[in-house]
Design a protein around this ligand. Structure first.
Ligand code: ATP
Length: 148
């Protein structure tokens, strides 16, 4: 007899950045809207999934993904507590861990990003929490806020 209750679980690991800049005595954070699920999130991507970047560290992945998804160049200042969440894709339960890094904006053009984000915005620091879609992102943002 097959056990239909036996569930499949997969683990995924991503890396990304909480990027900030200071302008006219105000601090802004890079927040983007995901093209598929439409949530407002920090830029990130899977570690080691593309053949070309298979050997990249989580730090290298975070910097590359921030650049690809937002057009911005970030310089890592420190690692933040990893974020974890579950989701289901094609019947498979996925537990995802995301390693976020606090990054200083050092250049780049946020109009030049790939298709993975449908909107990329500099959000004033006091509006970030309400802009973010997911609870776990709000939590890591709370930690980042104390470090900026
Ligand atoms: P990656 O950017 O790591 O390559 P992805 O863009 O393929 O990943 P996710 O952003 O992880 O995918 O989204 C996969 C699912 O998880 C979607 O259904 C999304 O709504 C949900 N999701 C995304 N971020 C969170 C979060 N912080 N907490 C809970 N659910 C989330």
């Amino acid at each position: 007899m097959t056990n239909s209750l036996q569930s499949k679980v997969k683990f995924e690991f991503s890396a990304g950045g909480i990027v900030f800049k200071k302008e006219n005595n105000q601090i802004f954070i890079l927040v983007s809207q995901h093209s598929q699920h439409h949530g407002w999130v920090f830029p990130k991507g899977l570690i080691g999934d593309k053949e070309e970047f298979k050997h990249q560290t989580k730090e290298e992945t975070a910097i590359r993904e921030v650049k690809e998804e937002t057009g911005a160049d970030g310089e890592i200042l420190e690692a933040l507590d990893p974020v974890q969440y579950w989701y289901i894709f094609e019947g498979v339960k996925i537990k995802k861990t995301v390693y976020y890094f606090l990054m200083k904006y050092v250049g780049g053009d946020i109009t030049k990003h790939d298709f993975e984000m449908e909107n990329v915005e500099w959000v004033p620091m006091d509006k970030v929490e309400e802009k973010l879609t997911y609870k776990s992102d709000k939590q890591v943002w709370g930690k980042a806020l104390q470090r900026i």
